[in-house]
Design a protein around this ligand. Structure first.
Ligand code: ARG
Length: 288
């Protein structure tokens, strides 16, 4: 694949930045329990198909020049493929996850072991939190979701660990139970002179009114996606500042991204959607 790594839209130049990610091959993927409205254990899953779709995402990251590390999948932990929930990392510090549901609790220590073995300083969590599923770094601010999984107390803990501003947002629609199903970070960088040049895309209806007001005030330039695009997990995408990997079903969002000078790349993870996860869920950013 040859993709240019910059583009100019109006006065804004989009620049692809190098990223380092952690992923987990879904060798043991299946849906054997229900902890979100997408999961129906009665519907059959196809593990080989999940692996093939996941491989496409992995290959795409490598083709874009990103670095991808892998954590060994553990039998009996079918949701481990959603590495975004395994922790939250900034500047070499990994805040570990403490999962809400018993089915996923053992993933917390497994990810923390990986972080420690790979040179990260691990901050063990006291409070229930699901890592980058609910915490998103936008410029120098952390947007933190609550309502279904991570607790408000984890937002406080997060602020203490990283010493950054944490903005709490409340999710209200059970289909969008993690923040990364309702917000995509598009330009997560500090611009020139420290000016926050960050932007996001989001699904307004996934949030309560107070949170919608916060988002509208902080991100007047944000892309607001339609309910249709939100409902196909369009926002569960990953951006390097220029290339944005999204679901092929999110037609309107694809167009909005193009209009703003981003380069949408379509990767279909339909099989992993049966577990209630998409592109971003399968991707944890490792920030040294
Ligand atoms: N089955 C998983 C759960 O409900 C899916 C996690 C999706 N991950 C995400 N970052 N949204 O916990």
């Amino acid at each position: 694949m040859t993709t240019p790594d910059t583009a100019t839209a109006g006065t804004t130049t989009r620049i692809a930045q190098h990223r380092t990610y952690l992923m987990c091959r879904p060798e043991h993927f299946t849906v054997s329990y229900t902890i979100n409205p997408w999961m129906e254990p009665a519907n059959p899953t196809d593990t080989a198909k999940a692996v093939a779709q996941w491989q496409k995402l992995y290959d795409t990251y490598l083709e874009l020049g990103h670095e991808v590390h892998l954590i060994e999948p553990i039998e009996g932990l079918p949701d481990m493929v959603y590495t975004a929930n395994g922790g939250f990392l900034i500047d070499g510090t990994a805040y570990g996850a403490k999962f809400r549901f018993a089915e996923r609790v053992p993933e917390g220590p497994a990810f923390m072991e990986w972080f420690a073995a790979n040179g990260y300083t691990v901050a063990e969590p006291v409070e229930v939190n699901e890592g980058e599923g609910d915490f998103l770094l936008v410029g120098d601010t952390i947007l933190a979701g609550t309502g279904f999984r991570s607790t408000g107390d984890s937002h406080r803990e997060l602020g203490e660990i990283f010493g950054k501003e944490v903005v709490s947002l409340t999710l209200v629609d059970p289909r969008f139970y993690h923040l990364d199903t309702a917000i995509a970070v598009l330009d997560p960088v500090q611009g020139e002179g420290g000016v926050e040049k960050a932007n996001i895309a989001y699904l307004p209806h996934a949030f309560d009114e107070a949170s919608q007001a916060i988002l509208a005030e902080r991100y007047p330039e944000a892309i607001r996606v339609s309910d249709d695009d939100g409902a196909v997990f369009g926002l569960n995408s990953s951006s390097d500042g220029y290339n944005v990997i999204i679901s092929p079903r999110a037609k309107g969002f694809e167009k909005q991204l193009r209009e703003r000078g981003y380069n949408p790349i379509l990767v279909d993870l339909s099989e992993l959607l049966l577990g209630g996860g998409g592109i971003k869920c399968c991707t944890l950013e490792l920030r040294r």
